[in-house]
Write a protein that binds this ligand. Structure first.
Ligand SMILES: [Fe+2]
Length: 419
């Protein structure tokens, strides 16, 4: 895995960060009832218990098994149960059946986490300089992996709760008033050759490099994301019933799954309401629209006569901006009104997820982390209200299949500048 080499002088900081990130995962699970830990609402989603165990497995497999003296697995079958997709590490329990694993129990999974925490901390605080230089970058990868699963834990839980007629509340509504709506506008970017990708300095996933040059034509990008109010007009204009706005695969998905509005929108005699992690609430027209697929985002853009930005356009617009906004750490757990460039909702881009020029997957199991998924998915940028704040960068590339709706995914429009 071509991540940045680790400097052994950073060991105390690495240990502190390990404790903080691992603890943050468990704080996200703290509001759950024991029954909630088992929920798997669809094959794409995993039970909270599985996320907790799998993130421990990652450290056990790629750090402890590789580098800990006298390594013994915590349990001989956990590698089979909690390997996600790493073929080089061995066979695994089928993903759609993760919800069937009532054992190990929740308590046993927390024991597993404690065991992995203690052994990993012991290793990184006592290893010699050579070993530390080797494992530091893998520990850092494991922490970034864990942060990805923090977001998935919430989005998967939201999907399961959203199917429950009781509409369970993960956390009570926030006391803070929502920010004011931002006026719509467009930001102009001149054509030019742009440096795209991660150029070094701090952690990045391998799919963010190599840094390279790309010509980006002149374009305009909206100063804010598309809002619920915007999207409601598309719904009310029959947008979900007009194939002329939809890609062929998108129209097939819309018919197959009977989409009529974004996921978690509910219509009742009083109007539209929304299921959130903080309970049901009336649809707020000023908030960014969320939980739309790439197909819906693309159809909406066509309905407006615009388009989605490419990921290079998005990264061009991101250059020089501070990485801040409504991330997980803000505690809202829902997109907020405003014109923040980062956070709130991941924005679908028009770019298929593929390799940058010169990209090569690393040899070995960790080479499977990103590279083998570079087909049939679209890139999303910018992070969401469920993304840990320290996890975002201008070059970060998220990716999901174009029919995925259960992530905090929305859109920001772009358009061409007349030549
Ligand atoms: Fe994972």
């Amino acid at each position: 895995m071509p991540v940045m080499p680790h400097d052994p002088a950073d060991t105390p900081a690495l240990a502190a960060r390990f404790i903080a990130v691992r603890g943050a995962t468990e704080r996200l699970a703290a509001p759950l009832a024991v029954e909630d830990y088992q929920l798997q609402s669809m094959p794409d989603c995993s039970p909270p218990k599985w996320h907790l165990a799998h993130t421990a497995w990652f450290f056990e497999t790629f750090v402890l098994a590789e580098y800990a003296p006298d390594f013994r697995p915590h349990h001989p079958q956990f590698n089979y149960l909690f390997n996600s997709y790493y073929d080089a590490v061995g066979d695994r329990w089928p993903r759609p059946a993760r919800g069937l694993l009532s054992r190990p129990t929740v308590a046993e999974v927390y024991d597993y986490r404690r065991s992995v925490d203690e052994r990993t901390l012991a290793l990184i605080t006592t290893a010699d300089e050579d070993t530390l230089g080797a494992i530091g970058s893998v520990v850092e990868l494991g922490l970034n992996h864990e942060q990805q699963h923090q977001e998935l834990l919430l989005t998967d839980l939201k999907h399961a709760f959203g199917l429950n007629p009781l509409r369970p509340v993960y956390a009570p509504p926030p006391a803070a008033a929502p920010p004011p709506a931002a006026p719509p506008g467009w930001e102009v970017h001149a054509p030019g050759v742009r440096r795209i990708g991660h150029a070094g300095g701090g952690f990045a996933f391998d799919n963010e490099g190599p840094v390279h040059s790309a010509y980006v034509s002149g374009f305009e990008i909206a100063t804010g994301p598309v809002t619920n109010g915007d999207f409601l007009r598309f719904v009310q204009d029959g947008g979900y019933d007009r194939p002329e706005f939809w890609l062929s695969d998108g129209w097939a998905a819309r018919r197959r799954d009977a989409w009529a509005a974004p996921l978690y929108w509910e219509r009742d005699p009083g109007g539209w309401s929304l299921f959130t992690l903080r309970g049901m609430r009336p649809l707020d027209p000023a908030e960014p629209v969320c939980h739309v697929s790439y197909y819906e985002a693309d159809a909406y853009a066509r309905w407006t006569g615009t388009r989605l930005p490419t990921e290079f356009e998005w990264e061009t617009a991101a250059a020089g901006r501070e990485v801040g906004g409504n991330f997980l750490d803000a505690g809202r757990l829902h997109p907020a009104a405003g014109d923040a460039f980062y956070g709130d909702v991941w924005v679908w881009t028009a770019s298929p997820y593929g390799a940058y020029p010169g990209y090569r997957s690393a040899a070995g199991a960790l080479g499977e982390y990103n590279g083998k998924f570079m087909c049939n998915q679209m890139v999303l940028r910018g992070g969401s209200c469920a993304t840990p704040a320290g996890h975002m960068r201008p070059t970060y590339r998220n990716f999901f299949p174009p029919d995925a709706r259960w992530q905090f995914s929305g859109l920001r429009l772009a358009r061409d500048v007349p030549a």
